[in-house]
Design a protein around this ligand. Structure first.
Ligand SMILES: [Zn+2]
Length: 298
């Protein structure tokens, strides 16, 4: 911790002991929400950060951006004086790994699917970003787990979906699943085809996830429309899967009817899925374009 960070931390700690407004300060540095059995999530800017802060385990999932990662780490260090056992990246995108360098000095290891380091490197070169990268140091092919005493944390790869390196992270005893960007809650997803995304396979991945975890599991989503939030249950995962399936159905019908690509992808909303457009985020048309390319390849 450098001197400036130390001063910020001490002044925050002092203020917190003097005033009963912990929430206010927490809000200023992003928002921490408890879910179940020492597992919760943090939102500020970028992909939702998941965390476990227990007496025998300290885990962070995803790191947003350097600035917001600082706020997250400081808030978590107010909850525990333990060393960070691990940072896990759900995938390589900059809004999930940009803050890795903030956690790296205090993290024993950074865990991700084996495709993540190369995807991070490529994305960084293409974007010419000046963000300091900190790469995963522990990678796995199909699945990985760590026993933390009172909690067991699992990472599992289900195949190409949002990218070609998406992990689903499961806190087994808390029964909380972090989906990374495999679920955009009630909004158009970003589909990174150059990084190996496949909407056809994404549907299968979500179906498998719905089968695999207990019915009462709590899910954390990488992103969500504000009115729906970034957590939910199995039924919210199913909405995402149905939305992707509706995209495929729409494109297949269009192709069968002899419509042009332009005609097929020129659509603002699919029937039954109104209001999935969020700000200037990725559009339905951009996703239909990806589906169209996939259908043409088949
Ligand atoms: Zn992403």
């Amino acid at each position: 911790m450098d001197r400036r960070q130390f001063l910020v931390r001490s002044s925050m700690a002092t203020a917190a002991t003097l005033l009963p407004f912990n929430k206010l300060f927490a809000f200023k540095a992003g928002t921490f929400t408890d879910l179940r059995r020492n597992v919760g999530y943090f939102t500020d800017r970028g992909g939702t950060i998941g965390w476990l802060v227990a007496d025998d385990g300290f885990v962070v999932i995803d790191s947003q951006y350097p600035q917001t990662a600082k706020g997250c780490l400081e808030g978590l260090q107010d909850k525990t004086s333990q060393a960070l056992d691990m940072l896990i990246n759900t995938h390589h995108h900059g809004d999930h790994t940009g803050g890795n360098s903030v956690f790296q000095p205090v993290a024993k290891t950074i865990v991700a699917h084996e495709n993540v380091p190369a995807l991070m490197k490529k994305a960084n070169e293409e974007s010419e970003s000046d963000t300091e990268l900190a790469y995963p140091t522990t990678t796995y092919e199909d699945s990985w787990e760590a026993d933390m005493g009172s909690e067991t944390v699992h990472a599992k790869y289900y195949g190409n979906a949002h990218t070609s390196g998406d992990s689903v992270i499961y806190f087994e005893n808390a029964n909380v699943v972090h989906m990374g960007d495999l679920v955009f809650n009630r909004m158009n997803p970003y589909t990174d085809r150059p990084a190996g995304a496949s909407i056809h396979n994404w549907i299968k991945v979500l179906a498998e996830v719905e089968e695999e975890y207990p019915a009462d599991a709590i899910y954390i989503f990488g992103h969500g429309k504000p009115e729906f939030g970034v957590t939910g249950d199995k039924s919210d995962v199913a909405v995402m899967r149905s939305y992707l399936s509706a995209m495929v159905e729409h494109v297949e019908q269009g192709v069968e009817a002899g419509m042009s690509k332009e005609e097929i992808i020129d659509l603002e909303a699919l029937e039954g899925f109104d209001n999935f457009q969020y700000a200037d985020w990725w559009t339905l048309s951009q996703n239909l374009d990806v589906v169209y390319q996939e259908v043409m390849e088949r």
